[in-house]
Design a protein around this ligand. Structure first.
Ligand code: PLP
Length: 282
């Protein structure tokens, strides 16, 4: 385990840095027992978190979807500052922010921030691209929009299904996953947004499917449009990905990972990945 790890917790109205190997929640925390909480993963680069604001906006939205009191952006900024103290600017990091229901109704929520280096495997995938399998989630594409109890669009701590999907992909020799709905409509990756380029247009699935609103895809689509590259939200299928010029899985920490193989079929990226990365880095 890397020595380069930092943890901070919210105690008595202030961010407190604690040793990275010290326990920070009780065994009775609802986040531990029920996965009842929300989180964010924020890229640290050059010693800063340049994309923190949209992550905090989404954290507040996720909290609202779970009826969790949101402590306010200032608390998170203080926690991020606390874990960034002493962080070497040359090291890229993944900063995770956790908000749980704590001991339950009427009790204060638990706030934790932690920072660790971006895993070597993530860095490799950024450069070499990824092999992906499509896996069904078994729900109609329009169902989660009508079923708020399924928490579509919230980044909850209940990621056991997402992690199981990764293990399933790894067992099949792939790196990552694209989830599809019952009718075959594209949804998202377990921790990423799907984007494909076809007919000179960048496309990504609609939020009405209950997928998470990605901060990275937002940034890419806005900058692509400014740059004269048409972008749109559009439904798609795995067949659309196979017919596309290029496909990426996007997330804040990994950036744009080029999909070089989908369900065992290999193809290129038509030289478009460089432009996507340049737009994201701008
Ligand atoms: N979709 C899911 C389910 C995710 O967990 C994530 C990020 O972790 C994303 C999409 C991409 O979001 P972002 O670009 O804000 O990192």
């Amino acid at each position: 385990m890397s020595d380069l790890r930092a943890v901070a917790v919210w105690r008595d109205g202030a961010a407190v840095r604690v040793p990275a190997d010290q326990p920070v929640v009780t065994a009775f925390d609802q986040g531990l027992g029920r996965g009842d909480g929300v989180f964010e993963s924020v890229l640290v680069t050059g010693g800063h978190t340049p994309h923190l604001p949209p992550h905090l906006t989404r954290l507040a939205r996720s909290a609202a979807l779970l009826d969790l009191p949101y402590p306010g952006d200032d608390a998170w900024r203080a926690l991020v500052d606390a874990v960034l103290t002493d962080w070497p600017p040359a090291a890229e990091g993944a900063c995770r922010l956790f908000l749980t229901r704590g001991l339950g109704e009427g009790e204060p929520p638990t706030l934790v921030a932690l920072l660790a280096p971006v895993p070597a495997e993530t860095l490799r995938q950024r450069i070499e691209g990824i092999s992906v399998v499509s896996l069904g989630l078994g729900i109609p594409a329009d169902f989660r929009a009508k079923a708020p109890w399924l928490l579509g669009g919230a980044k909850t701590l209940s990621y056991a299904v997402n992690m199981a999907a990764y293990r399933h992909a790894h067992a099949r020799g792939a790196d990552d996953v694209v989830f599809t709905a019952l009718d075959g409509e594209l949804l998202e990756g377990p921790t990423s947004t799907v984007v494909w380029a076809a007919d000179g247009v960048l496309r990504t699935p609609p939020l009405e499917t209950g997928i998470l609103a990605g901060t990275t895809v937002d940034r890419l689509l806005a900058r692509a449009t400014d740059d004269g590259w048409a972008a749109e939200v559009a439904s798609g299928t795995v067949a659309d990905l196979h017919a596309a010029d290029a496909v990426w899985l996007l997330s804040g920490v990994r950036g744009a990972a080029t999909v070089h193989t989908l369900d065992g079929v290999r193809w290129g990226d038509a030289g478009l990945s460089e432009r996507v990365r340049e737009l994201l880095a701008r």
